[in-house]
Design a protein around this ligand. Sequence first.
Ligand code: SF4
Length: 120
Amino acid sequence: MGRPQSTPVITGRRSAHLPRGSAAGTLGFDPAPDPGLKNALCKAIEPEVFYPERRDHRTAALAQEICTHCPVIEACLAGALTDEGGASHRRRFGIRGGASPKERYEIHQRTTASSKEAAA
Ligand code: SF4
């Protein structure tokens, strides 16, 4: 008999555009900093969902599932990649644009390598 599956509860409100001085701002991250992302689904969800603990893969998967339904996922991911530049995956935080820090790092590495090949 397997472990019972419980459904994660999403409560409260979060803002993808948290004002400066908010808890997220204090921690140095802002999941969807572009104020143009008005339709961001994560605005109505607790921020903890998008910033799970390092080994909390279940919550991370939930955030990524939510992102797949978000109408601004492409803009969100592009903004995250721009904000994070060449930072290592350990210097990237949270689920943004449907991607984990490691996935965004890998996307950055691939696009950088492609750009270098095209320029050569
Ligand atoms: S793609 Fe995800 S993190 Fe980005 S705005 Fe949408 S729900 Fe938020």
